[in-house]
Ligand binder design. Sequence first.
Ligand code: RTP
Ligand code: MG
Length: 141
Amino acid sequence: MATNRTFTMIKPDAFGAGNAGAILKMIEESGFKLVAMKVTRLSAEAAGQFYAVHKERPFYGDLCAYMSSGPIIAAILEKENAVADFRTLIGATNPANAAEGTIRKIFAKSLEENAVHGSDSDENAAIEGSFFFSDLEKVGV
Ligand code: RTP
Ligand code: MG
């Protein structure tokens, strides 16, 4: 399996609850290498741009408000089969449906405030990583 990259955010609920370190520990212990990472805060406009794919969905306004409600961590991760393996590690969107031991099962508060983001394809991982990081900020590992 080829090594590739995915993109993640530790969302405002998890960051605000002081769970960033524990989540990053789970990510590293699952074999993901950090390629880039920063603490930042999205404006409502930037959150809207990032989640533009959901523009027509009824939860879009709430999602943009939530994602701009506090600091986040944005990070690019590298591993074999990174996109699919990271989606497995974080678990289902709704923590009520997430498998035991997944990040969302452990840390998510609700369907809306669900602790972490994970890219859903190689293509989106590249787009999302470049939304937050310049090429200079992406370390080759
Ligand atoms: P993400 O993009 O954040 O990794 O989450 P995902 O792929 O598992 O889920 P997605 O369908 O892309 O939804 C993006 C985020 O929107 C919020 N959401 N709210 N109220 C609702 O029905 C609802 N559905 C989704 C969640 O924060 C979800 O992660
Ligand atoms: Mg998604």
